[in-house]
Design a protein around this ligand. Structure first.
Ligand SMILES: [Zn+2]
Length: 468
């Protein structure tokens, strides 16, 4: 009996050794094959096409195929207009556009870079060399509608869920078809630039959301404060903010009224009351001067540096930069801004990958929600939220209303330098639905003209509510 047990131990020990050798061998082989795959490419188009010949699928929110490999070929959405609406996010297999899913997640799509224990199980089932699929949070239906709503203008739209941070829609125009990117032809100027994530627009009056919040944190804050708007007469004298409108002054006005009609005097005044440091601190609580990581992709928020000059601060307080770099925002950031107000001062980390799917069909690696930034609890965010709702109910953003729902928002118009270095006027919007079932926020920029961005917001958010 004793001898039998000893033999059994020897057999068991031998078995463990053999298993370990097998494991090591498989891991070694897997690493070697991945390395060979990467080396064989040498970054030329033919090799890249070969590399992606059996790569994983990229799915939209509706699980429609945005990129997939079939008959050894990499293909993009069957609907060319959907493909176009995603081009700066999906990219293409030649990696002609960086900062895209195809480029940044190449390893996952061709079957490397997944967690080792998952790789091991797949190797044992003979599926280790196949790539993962990627399920995005972005809806192809919403993207298509947003692209149509820009109606040929340059601009961008981002919709997100402000409670989770999921990006539901992100479109940037002009854009082009993936086939043009692969062939490197017929690409309109700036069509590969992702305005949704990396633009730097002057925020204009959308920035009054930050100014009002900063003031609400200061010890000069009084929710009943009112002052007299003096129209074209500058607030502090020549060089300070004034009302650039022909209709005279706004008269005696409080914060709610000032949001509704976008009074420059009021926000110049309370910006001064808020103080330089508090303005900058609050802007940073709203995510200014921070980089956003969208998994392996990157995006911009905005930039704000307080200028220690009272006259200039009155301009910054209404969202007009003194210098091109001192005050800017991206379209994604505009959506995050409205979302943070709706979400009681909590700005969620945005994301666009919902999860991965391994070659055995297992969903894994779900993105978990996390906080990106928080507005100080001293701020009266609920007042600002109510003011933005009344801006839609009875103010300048009334076209953003959605029947039966509480909607808030703020418009902005601002001059920015365009692709060719010329000054142009852009129309901006930040807004949200105040509803626990539909916690959606939107950021819109339409370049070069005065556009009805609140109507675009109403249409797209209504559609988002149907898609869910
Ligand atoms: Zn005014």
């Amino acid at each position: 009996m004793k001898q039998f047990m000893t033999s059994l131990k020897v057999i068991l020990f031998g078995f463990i050794i053999i298993s370990l050798t097998l494991l090591t061998g498989i891991i070694f082989q897997q690493n070697k094959s991945q390395k060979l795959l990467l080396e064989s490419s040498n970054e030329n188009k033919h090799a890249l096409a070969f590399r992606y010949s059996d790569a994983g699928t990229i799915y939209s929110r509706e699980m429609t195929k945005l990129a997939y490999s079939e008959n050894q070929q990499r293909k993009y959405s069957e609907n060319p207009e959907v493909a176009r609406s995603f081009v700066q996010i999906i990219g293409d297999y030649t990696h002609n556009i960086g900062n895209t899913i195809e480029a940044a997640y190449q390893d996952r799509l061709i079957g490397s870079g997944r967690p080792w224990h998952r790789q091991l199980v797949l190797d044992f089932t003979g599926k280790g060399m196949s790539g993962d699929d990627i399920a995005l949070t972005i809806s192809s239906e919403l993207n298509l509608a947003a692209q149509n709503s820009l109606a040929g203008s340059a601009g961008s739209v981002v919709i997100l869920n402000y409670e989770t941070g999921e990006i539901l829609c992100a479109v940037s125009t002009p854009n082009t078809y993936p086939e043009n990117v692969v062939a490197w032809q017929n690409i309109p100027t700036s069509a590969l630039f992702n305005r949704s994530f990396n633009s730097e627009y002057s925020p204009g009056s959308t920035f009054k959301v930050v100014t009002g919040t900063a003031w609400s944190k200061s010890n000069t804050y009084d929710p009943n404060y009112a002052m007299t708007c003096t129209g074209r007469e500058p607030l502090l004298g020549p060089g300070s903010v004034f009302e650039n409108r022909t209709g005279g002054s706004h008269g005696y006005i409080n914060m709610q009224g000032a949001y509704e009609i976008s009074c420059n005097h009021f926000f110049g005044d309370v910006g001064l009351k808020a103080s330089f440091d508090n303005m900058e601190e609050t802007a940073e609580e709203f995510g200014f001067n921070k980089e956003i990581r969208l998994g392996k992709l990157y995006a911009k928020t905005g930039e704000y540096q307080a200028v220690e000059d009272e006259y200039l601060l009155t301009w910054q307080a209404i969202g007009q930069p003194i210098d091109t770099n001192e005050l800017s925002t991206s379209t994604l950031h505009l959506a995050m801004l409205g979302g943070a107000i709706a979400n009681d001062g909590v700005m969620m980390q945005p994301y666009l990958i919902n999860h991965f799917i391994d070659p055995s069909g297992n969903d894994y690696d779900y993105t978990e929600k996390e906080v990106f930034s928080e507005i100080s609890s001293q701020a009266d965010v609920s007042s600002i939220k109510n003011d933005l709702i009344s801006t839609v109910n009875q103010g300048m953003a009334s076209n953003a209303s959605i029947y039966g729902y509480s909607v808030g928002g703020k418009t902005g118009t601002a001059e920015s330098v365009n692709d060719t270095g010329e000054l142009q006027v852009n129309s901006l919007y930040t807004g949200f639905i105040d509803d626990p079932q539909f916690p959606y926020a939107i950021g819109i920029v339409v370049e070069n003209g005065h556009f009805d961005t609140p109507s675009i917001a109403s249409n797209l958010l209504s559609l988002a509510m149907q898609i869910n």
